[in-house]
Design a protein around this ligand. Structure first.
Ligand SMILES: Cc1cc2nc3c(=O)[nH]c(=O)nc-3n(C[C@@H](O)[C@@H](O)[C@H](O)COP(=O)(O)OP(=O)(O)OC[C@H]3O[C@@H](n4cnc5c(N)ncnc54)[C@H](O)[C@@H]3O)c2cc1C
Length: 289
Protein backbone atom coordinates (compact mmCIF):
# COMPACT_ATOMS: atom_id res chain seq x y z
CA UNK A 1 0.00 0.00 0.00
CA UNK A 2 1.27 3.47 -0.93
CA UNK A 3 2.20 5.48 2.19
CA UNK A 4 0.34 8.78 2.59
CA UNK A 5 1.83 11.72 4.46
CA UNK A 6 -0.65 13.57 6.72
CA UNK A 7 -0.12 17.27 7.41
CA UNK A 8 -2.41 19.59 9.37
CA UNK A 9 -1.55 23.25 8.74
CA UNK A 10 -3.03 25.94 10.95
CA UNK A 11 -2.91 28.84 8.50
CA UNK A 12 -4.09 29.38 4.93
CA UNK A 13 -0.52 30.17 3.83
CA UNK A 14 0.85 26.90 5.26
CA UNK A 15 -1.92 24.95 3.53
CA UNK A 16 -1.16 26.62 0.17
CA UNK A 17 2.55 25.76 0.57
CA UNK A 18 1.79 22.14 1.55
CA UNK A 19 -0.51 21.70 -1.45
CA UNK A 20 1.68 23.57 -3.96
CA UNK A 21 4.77 21.53 -3.09
CA UNK A 22 3.11 18.25 -4.18
CA UNK A 23 0.83 19.49 -6.98
CA UNK A 24 -1.66 16.81 -8.10
CA UNK A 25 -0.22 14.37 -5.54
CA UNK A 26 -1.66 16.36 -2.61
CA UNK A 27 -5.36 16.72 -1.70
CA UNK A 28 -7.14 18.64 1.04
CA UNK A 29 -9.08 16.66 3.64
CA UNK A 30 -12.15 18.10 5.38
CA UNK A 31 -14.74 15.65 6.80
CA UNK A 32 -13.31 12.78 4.76
CA UNK A 33 -16.72 11.34 3.79
CA UNK A 34 -15.75 11.35 0.11
CA UNK A 35 -11.97 11.31 0.01
CA UNK A 36 -11.37 8.52 2.51
CA UNK A 37 -13.88 6.32 0.66
CA UNK A 38 -12.16 7.16 -2.66
CA UNK A 39 -8.63 6.47 -1.33
CA UNK A 40 -9.63 3.18 0.27
CA UNK A 41 -11.41 2.11 -2.90
CA UNK A 42 -8.39 2.95 -5.06
CA UNK A 43 -10.32 5.59 -7.00
CA UNK A 44 -7.79 8.25 -6.01
CA UNK A 45 -4.08 8.04 -5.19
CA UNK A 46 -2.19 10.76 -3.30
CA UNK A 47 1.14 11.18 -1.54
CA UNK A 48 -0.03 13.85 0.87
CA UNK A 49 -3.28 14.65 2.64
CA UNK A 50 -3.59 18.24 3.84
CA UNK A 51 -6.13 18.36 6.68
CA UNK A 52 -7.71 21.82 6.47
CA UNK A 53 -9.88 21.50 9.59
CA UNK A 54 -7.29 23.04 11.91
CA UNK A 55 -7.30 26.36 10.02
CA UNK A 56 -9.57 28.69 12.05
CA UNK A 57 -10.89 30.60 9.01
CA UNK A 58 -12.19 27.37 7.48
CA UNK A 59 -14.30 26.72 10.60
CA UNK A 60 -15.91 30.15 10.74
CA UNK A 61 -19.66 30.46 10.18
CA UNK A 62 -21.02 34.01 10.19
CA UNK A 63 -24.36 35.48 9.21
CA UNK A 64 -25.40 39.11 9.21
CA UNK A 65 -28.81 40.18 7.84
CA UNK A 66 -27.10 43.00 5.88
CA UNK A 67 -23.75 41.46 4.92
CA UNK A 68 -25.03 37.93 4.23
CA UNK A 69 -23.61 34.50 4.99
CA UNK A 70 -20.02 33.26 4.98
CA UNK A 71 -19.41 29.54 5.50
CA UNK A 72 -15.87 28.31 6.09
CA UNK A 73 -15.06 25.46 3.71
CA UNK A 74 -14.65 22.89 6.53
CA UNK A 75 -17.88 23.74 8.41
CA UNK A 76 -19.96 20.52 8.61
CA UNK A 77 -23.60 20.45 7.53
CA UNK A 78 -25.01 20.11 11.05
CA UNK A 79 -23.55 23.45 12.18
CA UNK A 80 -25.36 25.17 9.31
CA UNK A 81 -28.82 23.75 9.91
CA UNK A 82 -28.58 24.08 13.69
CA UNK A 83 -28.36 27.88 13.32
CA UNK A 84 -31.98 29.14 13.35
CA UNK A 85 -31.23 32.51 11.72
CA UNK A 86 -29.35 30.87 8.83
CA UNK A 87 -32.05 28.22 8.44
CA UNK A 88 -34.70 30.93 8.08
CA UNK A 89 -32.72 33.15 5.69
CA UNK A 90 -31.39 30.40 3.35
CA UNK A 91 -34.20 27.85 2.94
CA UNK A 92 -32.84 26.25 -0.25
CA UNK A 93 -29.50 25.62 1.43
CA UNK A 94 -31.34 24.12 4.42
CA UNK A 95 -33.21 21.71 2.15
CA UNK A 96 -29.85 20.48 0.82
CA UNK A 97 -27.77 20.24 4.01
CA UNK A 98 -30.53 18.35 5.84
CA UNK A 99 -30.77 15.64 3.19
CA UNK A 100 -27.07 14.93 2.60
CA UNK A 101 -26.43 11.37 3.84
CA UNK A 102 -27.86 10.86 7.31
CA UNK A 103 -27.22 12.39 10.71
CA UNK A 104 -23.76 10.79 11.11
CA UNK A 105 -22.64 12.01 7.67
CA UNK A 106 -24.00 15.50 8.40
CA UNK A 107 -21.81 15.58 11.52
CA UNK A 108 -18.66 15.27 9.37
CA UNK A 109 -19.48 16.30 5.79
CA UNK A 110 -18.63 19.88 4.91
CA UNK A 111 -20.29 22.06 2.32
CA UNK A 112 -16.83 22.89 0.96
CA UNK A 113 -16.06 19.19 0.48
CA UNK A 114 -19.39 18.64 -1.27
CA UNK A 115 -18.54 21.42 -3.72
CA UNK A 116 -14.86 20.45 -4.22
CA UNK A 117 -15.74 16.78 -4.77
CA UNK A 118 -17.51 18.13 -7.87
CA UNK A 119 -19.94 15.23 -8.24
CA UNK A 120 -22.73 16.06 -10.71
CA UNK A 121 -25.07 14.76 -7.98
CA UNK A 122 -23.67 16.93 -5.14
CA UNK A 123 -26.87 18.07 -3.44
CA UNK A 124 -25.56 21.33 -2.03
CA UNK A 125 -24.33 22.69 -5.36
CA UNK A 126 -27.66 23.59 -7.04
CA UNK A 127 -28.77 25.11 -3.73
CA UNK A 128 -25.58 27.19 -3.55
CA UNK A 129 -26.13 28.35 -7.13
CA UNK A 130 -29.77 29.21 -6.38
CA UNK A 131 -28.54 31.31 -3.44
CA UNK A 132 -26.03 33.08 -5.72
CA UNK A 133 -23.00 31.77 -3.81
CA UNK A 134 -19.40 32.70 -4.53
CA UNK A 135 -16.44 30.45 -3.71
CA UNK A 136 -13.42 32.11 -2.06
CA UNK A 137 -10.22 30.44 -3.26
CA UNK A 138 -6.66 30.84 -1.88
CA UNK A 139 -3.53 29.81 -3.73
CA UNK A 140 0.08 30.68 -4.55
CA UNK A 141 -1.13 33.76 -6.49
CA UNK A 142 -3.26 35.09 -3.61
CA UNK A 143 -7.04 35.01 -3.27
CA UNK A 144 -9.78 35.02 -5.91
CA UNK A 145 -13.56 34.66 -6.07
CA UNK A 146 -15.32 32.17 -8.33
CA UNK A 147 -19.14 32.07 -8.78
CA UNK A 148 -20.25 28.57 -7.72
CA UNK A 149 -21.87 27.96 -11.14
CA UNK A 150 -18.36 28.23 -12.69
CA UNK A 151 -16.56 26.11 -10.06
CA UNK A 152 -17.04 22.53 -11.31
CA UNK A 153 -15.51 21.78 -14.71
CA UNK A 154 -16.02 18.00 -15.12
CA UNK A 155 -16.95 15.05 -12.86
CA UNK A 156 -14.53 15.28 -9.91
CA UNK A 157 -12.74 18.32 -11.37
CA UNK A 158 -12.87 22.01 -10.47
CA UNK A 159 -11.30 25.33 -11.44
CA UNK A 160 -8.77 24.91 -8.59
CA UNK A 161 -5.20 25.08 -9.88
CA UNK A 162 -2.00 23.68 -8.29
CA UNK A 163 -1.72 24.81 -4.67
CA UNK A 164 -5.22 26.33 -4.64
CA UNK A 165 -7.94 25.37 -2.20
CA UNK A 166 -11.37 26.56 -1.11
CA UNK A 167 -11.42 28.82 1.94
CA UNK A 168 -15.12 29.74 2.21
CA UNK A 169 -18.40 30.30 0.40
CA UNK A 170 -20.28 33.60 0.56
CA UNK A 171 -23.97 34.18 -0.10
CA UNK A 172 -25.60 37.61 -0.32
CA UNK A 173 -28.20 38.58 2.26
CA UNK A 174 -31.60 37.55 0.94
CA UNK A 175 -33.66 40.58 -0.15
CA UNK A 176 -37.26 41.11 1.01
CA UNK A 177 -39.77 38.59 -0.38
CA UNK A 178 -37.10 36.01 -1.18
CA UNK A 179 -37.71 32.28 -1.23
CA UNK A 180 -35.67 29.24 -2.28
CA UNK A 181 -35.99 25.47 -2.42
CA UNK A 182 -33.99 22.35 -3.32
CA UNK A 183 -35.57 19.00 -4.17
CA UNK A 184 -34.11 15.76 -5.44
CA UNK A 185 -35.49 12.44 -6.56
CA UNK A 186 -34.06 9.21 -5.16
CA UNK A 187 -35.79 5.84 -5.26
CA UNK A 188 -35.78 5.52 -1.44
CA UNK A 189 -36.07 7.96 1.47
CA UNK A 190 -32.37 8.65 2.17
CA UNK A 191 -28.76 7.53 1.68
CA UNK A 192 -28.76 7.58 -2.10
CA UNK A 193 -27.41 9.70 -4.92
CA UNK A 194 -29.83 12.03 -6.70
CA UNK A 195 -31.27 10.63 -9.93
CA UNK A 196 -32.01 14.30 -10.58
CA UNK A 197 -32.22 17.42 -8.41
CA UNK A 198 -33.45 21.01 -8.84
CA UNK A 199 -32.78 24.15 -6.84
CA UNK A 200 -34.67 27.41 -7.34
CA UNK A 201 -34.81 30.87 -5.82
CA UNK A 202 -37.13 33.80 -6.47
CA UNK A 203 -37.59 37.40 -5.39
CA UNK A 204 -41.19 38.66 -5.60
CA UNK A 205 -42.58 42.19 -5.92
CA UNK A 206 -46.27 41.76 -5.21
CA UNK A 207 -47.34 39.06 -7.64
CA UNK A 208 -44.42 39.59 -10.03
CA UNK A 209 -41.19 37.58 -10.04
CA UNK A 210 -38.31 40.08 -10.22
CA UNK A 211 -35.38 37.63 -9.86
CA UNK A 212 -35.17 33.87 -10.37
CA UNK A 213 -32.34 31.32 -10.45
CA UNK A 214 -32.64 27.62 -11.27
CA UNK A 215 -29.89 24.98 -11.00
CA UNK A 216 -29.89 21.22 -11.56
CA UNK A 217 -28.08 18.15 -10.21
CA UNK A 218 -27.26 14.78 -11.82
CA UNK A 219 -28.28 15.70 -15.36
CA UNK A 220 -24.93 16.71 -16.93
CA UNK A 221 -21.18 16.18 -16.27
CA UNK A 222 -21.33 19.13 -13.84
CA UNK A 223 -24.12 20.80 -11.86
CA UNK A 224 -26.08 22.99 -14.28
CA UNK A 225 -26.99 26.66 -13.88
CA UNK A 226 -30.19 26.79 -15.96
CA UNK A 227 -30.08 30.53 -16.52
CA UNK A 228 -32.79 30.49 -19.23
CA UNK A 229 -35.21 28.77 -16.85
CA UNK A 230 -34.88 31.60 -14.33
CA UNK A 231 -35.12 34.25 -17.06
CA UNK A 232 -38.35 32.66 -18.33
CA UNK A 233 -40.12 33.66 -15.12
CA UNK A 234 -38.70 37.15 -14.53
CA UNK A 235 -41.19 40.00 -15.04
CA UNK A 236 -44.17 37.64 -14.92
CA UNK A 237 -46.77 36.53 -12.42
CA UNK A 238 -45.97 32.91 -11.49
CA UNK A 239 -48.95 31.37 -13.29
CA UNK A 240 -49.05 27.66 -14.13
CA UNK A 241 -48.16 28.56 -17.75
CA UNK A 242 -45.16 30.71 -16.74
CA UNK A 243 -43.84 28.00 -14.40
CA UNK A 244 -44.34 25.38 -17.14
CA UNK A 245 -42.31 27.57 -19.52
CA UNK A 246 -39.48 27.81 -16.95
CA UNK A 247 -39.60 24.04 -16.39
CA UNK A 248 -39.39 23.47 -20.15
CA UNK A 249 -36.29 25.72 -20.29
CA UNK A 250 -34.74 23.67 -17.46
CA UNK A 251 -35.44 20.45 -19.40
CA UNK A 252 -33.67 21.97 -22.40
CA UNK A 253 -30.62 22.85 -20.24
CA UNK A 254 -30.27 19.26 -18.96
CA UNK A 255 -27.87 16.94 -20.82
CA UNK A 256 -28.35 13.68 -18.90
CA UNK A 257 -26.90 10.25 -19.53
CA UNK A 258 -28.61 6.89 -19.07
CA UNK A 259 -27.17 4.71 -16.28
CA UNK A 260 -28.33 2.22 -13.65
CA UNK A 261 -30.20 4.99 -11.80
CA UNK A 262 -32.34 6.06 -14.73
CA UNK A 263 -32.51 6.73 -18.45
CA UNK A 264 -31.76 10.11 -19.98
CA UNK A 265 -35.44 10.41 -20.92
CA UNK A 266 -36.56 9.70 -17.34
CA UNK A 267 -34.08 12.23 -15.95
CA UNK A 268 -35.30 14.89 -18.38
CA UNK A 269 -38.86 14.21 -17.24
CA UNK A 270 -37.73 14.51 -13.59
CA UNK A 271 -36.09 17.87 -14.30
CA UNK A 272 -39.46 19.22 -15.44
CA UNK A 273 -41.28 17.87 -12.38
CA UNK A 274 -38.63 18.91 -9.83
CA UNK A 275 -38.13 22.38 -11.32
CA UNK A 276 -41.90 22.98 -11.21
CA UNK A 277 -42.09 21.86 -7.58
CA UNK A 278 -38.94 23.72 -6.47
CA UNK A 279 -40.23 26.92 -8.09
CA UNK A 280 -43.65 26.54 -6.41
CA UNK A 281 -41.96 25.96 -3.01
CA UNK A 282 -39.67 28.95 -3.51
CA UNK A 283 -42.62 31.20 -4.51
CA UNK A 284 -44.66 30.02 -1.51
CA UNK A 285 -41.72 30.70 0.81
CA UNK A 286 -41.20 34.15 -0.74
CA UNK A 287 -44.85 34.99 -0.06
CA UNK A 288 -44.48 33.87 3.56
CA UNK A 289 -41.13 35.68 4.08
C1 LIG B 1 -23.04 7.23 3.41
C2 LIG B 1 -22.87 8.50 2.61
C3 LIG B 1 -24.00 9.16 2.16
C4 LIG B 1 -23.87 10.34 1.41
N1 LIG B 1 -25.00 10.97 0.97
C5 LIG B 1 -24.90 12.09 0.22
C6 LIG B 1 -26.06 12.77 -0.25
O1 LIG B 1 -27.20 12.38 0.02
N2 LIG B 1 -25.88 13.88 -1.02
C7 LIG B 1 -24.64 14.36 -1.33
O2 LIG B 1 -24.53 15.38 -2.01
N3 LIG B 1 -23.53 13.75 -0.87
C8 LIG B 1 -23.63 12.64 -0.11
N4 LIG B 1 -22.50 12.01 0.35
C9 LIG B 1 -21.22 12.63 0.04
C10 LIG B 1 -20.97 13.78 1.02
O3 LIG B 1 -20.88 13.27 2.33
C11 LIG B 1 -19.73 14.53 0.60
O4 LIG B 1 -19.84 15.05 -0.71
C12 LIG B 1 -19.34 15.62 1.60
O5 LIG B 1 -20.18 16.75 1.57
C13 LIG B 1 -17.91 16.03 1.33
O6 LIG B 1 -17.46 16.80 2.41
P1 LIG B 1 -16.24 16.28 3.31
O7 LIG B 1 -16.02 17.37 4.30
O8 LIG B 1 -16.49 14.93 3.85
O9 LIG B 1 -15.11 16.27 2.19
P2 LIG B 1 -13.82 15.35 2.01
O10 LIG B 1 -14.22 13.94 1.79
O11 LIG B 1 -12.84 15.64 3.06
O12 LIG B 1 -13.31 15.97 0.63
C14 LIG B 1 -14.07 15.82 -0.56
C15 LIG B 1 -13.25 16.32 -1.75
O13 LIG B 1 -13.11 17.72 -1.68
C16 LIG B 1 -11.72 18.07 -1.56
N5 LIG B 1 -11.69 19.15 -0.58
C17 LIG B 1 -12.18 19.13 0.68
N6 LIG B 1 -12.05 20.34 1.25
C18 LIG B 1 -11.44 21.12 0.32
C19 LIG B 1 -11.05 22.49 0.31
N7 LIG B 1 -11.23 23.30 1.35
N8 LIG B 1 -10.47 22.98 -0.82
C20 LIG B 1 -10.28 22.18 -1.91
N9 LIG B 1 -10.63 20.88 -1.95
C21 LIG B 1 -11.22 20.37 -0.84
C22 LIG B 1 -11.00 16.81 -1.11
O14 LIG B 1 -9.64 16.80 -1.52
C23 LIG B 1 -11.84 15.76 -1.80
O15 LIG B 1 -11.45 15.62 -3.14
C24 LIG B 1 -22.58 10.85 1.11
C25 LIG B 1 -21.44 10.20 1.58
C26 LIG B 1 -21.57 9.03 2.33
C27 LIG B 1 -20.33 8.34 2.82
Amino acid sequence: MRPIEYVAPTTVEEAVAALAEKGEAARPLAGGTDIIVQLRGGRRAVDRIVDVKKIPELNELSYDPQAGLRIGAAVPCHRIYEDDAIAEAYPGLMDAVTLIGGIQIQGRASLGGNLCNAAPSGDSIPALIAHNAVAEVAGPGGRRDVPVEDFCTAPGRTVLGPGEFLVAMRMPAPPANFGASYLRFIPRNEMDIAVAGAGASVVMDGDTVTECRVALASVAPTPVFAEEAGAALVGKAPSDEAIAEAAQAARAAAKPISDMRGTAEYRTHLVGVLTTRALRNAIQRAKEA
